[in-house]
Design a protein around this ligand. Structure first.
Ligand SMILES: C[S@@+](CC[C@H](N)C(=O)[O-])C[C@H]1O[C@@H](n2cnc3c(N)ncnc32)[C@H](O)[C@@H]1O
Length: 191
């Protein structure tokens, strides 16, 4: 928690929040994913591992999992916390390189904590295009945005872009038991 706050002070836009997600919020994110049906699970921006620990608890031995995290200090922490799991210090848009490394072609589920609502349109499109291009035909994209995204222009744009890139997007009600409160988005490549 302290390290997360320190990372936020160093790079607020990249880190995107002051503290890790709450346990009940993370359970809500993972609840949307069918781990028996979907084999390849990729996490973008695992941070200090709040979402990661729920994902890892839900995996079965058929699943392939890896995380891509931009912050090298957080990757160090993730490797200590979850020994034997794969975390790559890179930007999410390099996912295809790591899929190939795991002898996979596409991801079935991508779960993202990247603070999309704080990015400009070019960066948002770059991430979403990369998600769509690297998901399997029935693939799913799960992400969340904080309450603030509703009132900032770049946050409002993310909802429009999700509709542009995915035929089906559902959004939960505002989930209050997280700081900050947030919405979870569940996007599918097929209707
Ligand atoms: C909100 S924090 C993660 C929070 C954590 N998953 C949790 O639930 O507590 C967002 C994380 O995304 C990472 N990040 C931001 N942009 C990224 C990118 N393009 N590729 C990979 N990771 C990125 C940041 O370094 C940060 O650790």
């Amino acid at each position: 928690m302290i390290n997360f706050f320190r990372q936020f002070l160093k790079n607020p836009i990249q880190t995107g929040s002051l503290i890790p997600s709450s346990e009940s919020f993370v359970k809500e994110i993972v609840k949307h994913i069918d781990f028996s049906k979907n084999k390849v699970i990729v996490e973008f921006g695992p941070g200090t591992g709040a979402v990661t620990s729920q994902i890892l608890n839900s995996l079965n031995n058929r699943n392939t999992y890896f995380g891509i995290e931009l912050n090298s200090e957080l990757v160090f922490e993730l490797n200590q916390k979850f020994p034997g799991k794969n975390f790559y210090n890179d930007t999410a848009t390099t996912i295809d390189k790591y899929l190939r490394m795991h002898e996979e072609i596409k991801a079935d589920v991508i779960i993202s904590s990247i603070p999309l609502s704080l990015l400009n349109e070019t960066e948002q499109r770059e991430i979403l295009e990369c998600v769509v291009n690297n998901l399997s035909p029935n693939g799913e994209f799960v992400m969340y945005m904080y309450i603030i995204s509703k009132i900032i222009k770049s946050g409002q744009r993310v909802e429009d872009l999700l509709d542009e890139y995915f035929p089906t997007t559902s959004r939960t009600k505002l989930i209050w038991n997280n700081f900050p409160p947030a919405y979870i988005y569940h996007c599918k490549k097929v209707i």
